[in-house]
Write a protein that binds this ligand. Sequence first.
Ligand code: SF4
Length: 912
Amino acid sequence: MFYRSTVTDRPALSLPAIHASHGGCWLRDGFATRGVGKGDAIVAAADTPLLMLNAPLVASRLGYPDLSGLDLLELYAFIHPARFVVPTPKGLAHALDLDEPRGDDSVPLLLQQAAEALLAVCENDDWAEREGAWTGLQSLIRMRWPWASLLTQRIRKPAKAERWLFAKLPEWEEAAERPQPAQVVLGDASIATRLAELTGQDAETRPAQQDYAREAAKAFAPRSTQRQPHMVLAQAGTGTGKTFGYLAPASLWAEQSGGTVWVSTYTKALQRQLRRESRRAFPAERKGKPPVVVRKGRENYLCLLNLEDALQGGFGGRAAILAQLVARWAAYSQDGDMIGGDLPGWLGTLFRKRGIAALTDQRGECVYAGCPHYRKCFIERSARASAGAELVIANHALVMVNAARGRDAAQRPTRIVFDEGHHVFEAADSTFAAALTGAETIELRRWVIGPEAKSRGRRRGLAARLADVASYDEEGARAIAQAREAAEALPGDGWLARIVESTPSGPLEELLSAARALTYARDESGGQDAGYGLETEVAQLDGPFIEVAGRAQEALEALRKPLVRLGLRLEALIEDGPDWLDGPARARIEGARGAIGWRTDLLAGWIALLARLGGPGDPDFVDWVEVERSDGREWDVGLHRHYLDPMKPFANTVLAPAHGVMMTSATLRDGEDWDSAIARSGAPHIEVAPRLFAAESPFNYASQAEVLIVTDVAKGDIPALAAAYGRLIEASGGGALGLFTAIRRLRAVYGRIADRLARGGLPLFAQHVDPIDTGTLVDIFRDDPRASLLGTDALRDGVDVPGDSLRLVVMEQVPWPKPSILHRARRLAGGGQTYDDRIIRARLAQAFGRLIRSIGDKGHFVVLSAAFPSRLLSAFPPGTPIRRVTLDVALQSVAGSVSKPELTPSRPEGIS
Ligand code: SF4
């Protein structure tokens, strides 16, 4: 709950406040607000610390990157860690129970009121997040955090010393291994009853959902043949209610069998929704343990050892303040998930650095039981909780990685529902790929040797992590020393600059330098696209390149051999069980064994990639060389290898060991055709014929939606494109989602229309422009029916905004696939244009799916395309009206029939 302070139009705290939007700047000093120019705003901010909301965003609106001041979001993160707030004036007003600002000019007053309300909380006896605040504040005072002096007067020193974060967090407990699940067959009647319990509806009212649930149950039947799981492919149009449709049999099976079901998603939005909805399917705690656990890759969670290091001097300047705010959050977080969990997505971007990533376990340097926080570690807690859970909510990549190299066979998923099943192919494509690049190889070097001398922090190399093994086992010590020496051949700090200057050091840098030179030599773009990546196929390589590659291959082999030997020594050690190998040491060595195992596999993949250069091509793979660039800057160089069909390794690694797998989505098949869905499920690789099921959406698209193909905006004409976007957004009064296939065009359009729209009271936000993470951008968009959002791929099917906040989707053009080397190979194997058409139809269907999320939604889907091929029209649901029109006609249509936002407030997310 929040505590309303006595806020009036004249707050007692009269700190000056600034607000800047695309529509202008407003400064409040004393008790009056006035519009000011950007120059005056910057001078005022330099004179005295101003109250502001989201300093990086204000800085970008003012065009003054060095702006600093009293950012209310930082204060909010300190006072209410782990609490959600939409980081806008309106969102802050709602969170603090203040009146919404009527317009931009009333925002500075709101900022003053919000500051006063937040500071007043500290003086309230009921402040829920008081514990730890005084101690944290003492550190923040030393760091000269701008809010510290204002808080000092209000936060009283506790009578008893506060518990330090690391003492306060609870310890996880080891649990006995679970027996294997019982073999059960679910009856139709019990499924229908469970479904009715979940939906709270008369079971007769949604026959499609009932059929769907019965079909989903087939995936949970006992398996009759080894390496042949039950497979169900189920397409369910938006609104079928597929989440409860599969949770009904999943929860029944988990309850009756004592086993675990994994539900895997592709987007964080669906993961959040599942977390909410699964509470109904798995309501009670079982013997004090949560039945539902969200499980993510370790790089998502806070590493307490990294945090401790940051708090004790590993982070300096502003990053040290971030570490203190993260420590506040960690004490109140549900599960320590920093990416998409309860850490506000905006917190990291306030500090303009990669601070958040440095606090996670990105590099696999965990020392497991050697870590003083091991028993409180969020990652270990989540792994243990998932072993005992009935439902694990994960993502596609994690399910695949866990199946491929999970530490513990008992934790590998055997009953899996892949929701957003149309993304399994993409996830498998990146999981089973090899990338021998500068960024990857320097990571390996740091893992073996440790970071270079000038870097701060606790990171240590292999020798330091396994010092006890080295002192006990001579052979192990030799292997560590040899690995360390061999790792010197990998790229070191400054590798990219050396490669760009053609002064590589060592065999791997020489390879990367040759790869870069080759890519530029073969570049056909004539320097047109300086901001984007360049690639060339691995073919027709000359002798010198093959020689350089040969030397790099030798260097990688020289590293792999001692690592393999070290892995074997560790295994022997675990079996021998010497006296000093107590429980924690054993866990640490088992952890190291696993980490070495997957690095030797990584090296084997790189060696295989190099070994094939100059020889005949392997039809299973597509290899290429790439220079990765963004914003005109190179950031990685290297060789890449992808499976032509990544479902082959997926089938062997994930499907074959499983007992039941369901893949479901609103866009699984292509029209009525199942062929590509079956091929992309991996089932043919293990000779399984999946069960097929389809349910149409219950929505009435004929009356709820209209597709308008605008034929008079010429392709490539940026001013015309921007004008079209601007006018369409004005016609709908905001509430528009603009989808682009190129960041360059997105930025150009945004730059031309944002100011004008803002002056009309229509705020515009954009991915790749605003310094705000994508999840927060969607929260802002959802919260304001007059706001519009421009974005690229991630928004095409990661946005779930039912209600009036989204009533127009505009695609800048037909979403053709990027003509990459990988795409060319798959296109050739997949039937040429038929292959492309299927991809485009799937993209259109996913984008259209954003528009109508509930039975009451209405809206327009606009594609700006002079020549939209008719064969793509089947992407839209049957019955949807489709017209080819001029822009003027489209504008009339959008303006005429779209409900205006002020009449109907937006509703929170949530429908499958
Ligand atoms: S156990 Fe590993 S991941 Fe967990 S806090 Fe310690 S070092 Fe970090």
